[in-house]
Design a protein around this ligand. Structure first.
Ligand code: 5GP
Length: 187
């Protein structure tokens, strides 16, 4: 239960939206698609966007049947809010040079597209041989920036989701499924 500024209490409730079995099946398909593209002479650079995509990333890379380098990139999150502030900030940079490399960015969700637009712009400047984007979820209803998405796990409605890595105020990341967050008025 949470007390709001006006003194009204709200109760958080998570309603199942995508169950663990459905997610696992789709993640396996995405991994197979990546594997089917074959490999160049250097390992595929797979970028995990912290923290939301960490669970998706861990599951996805185990379905990729080619040599990989696994790397991590941190960007600022909503920090307890349901809406993006619009300002994207890098909190942890890659630890390898991606010039001339085949790179795939693994993201949990593309909502307005601001975060992915920023990341693609940043990584493209570093001269990769190829740069692809794989997102587990896509919320097209809220698009503000056009970003080319090479792979989308699920296109979802305009709802705020948690679980399978996605948080609300740093909670719910460990749910094995994806659920819609509801805020009910208590009493
Ligand atoms: P965008 O910049 O596309 O608006 O948002 C990207 C980031 O916002 C995601 O990586 C994620 O951290 C956060 N985000 C967007 N929509 C949701 C949502 O429905 N649930 C959660 N938990 N995070 C979201």
């Amino acid at each position: 239960m949470t007390a709001t500024a006006g003194g009204t209490a709200t109760v958080e409730r998570v309603e199942s939206y995508l169950d663990a079995g459905r997610i696992a099946a789709r993640v396996a398909e995405l991994g197979a698609e990546i594997s089917a593209r074959g490999c160049s002479d250097q390992p595929l650079v797979v970028v995990c966007v912290l923290k939301g995509s960490v669970i998706f990333f861990a599951d996805l890379v185990r379905h990729i049947r080619q040599p990989t380098n696994l790397v991590f990139l941190g960007v600022s999150s909503y920090a307890g809010a349901l809406e993006t502030s619009g300002a994207v900030r890098l909190t942890h940079d890659l630890t390898i040079d991606i010039a001339g490399r085949d790179v795939i960015v693994v993201e949990d969700i593309v909502d307005t597209g601001l975060t992915m637009g920023y990341l693609v712009g940043l990584l493209a400047q570093r001269g990769p041989h190829s740069l692809r984007v794989c997102t587990l979820l896509h919320k097209p209803a809220r698009k503000r920036v056009d970003v080319s998405l090479d792979q989308v796990g699920f296109t979802i409605d305009d709802v705020f989701v948690v679980g399978y890595g996605l948080d609300f105020d740093e909670r719910y990341r460990n749910l094995p499924y994806i659920g819609v967050m509801h805020f009910d008025t208590a009493g």
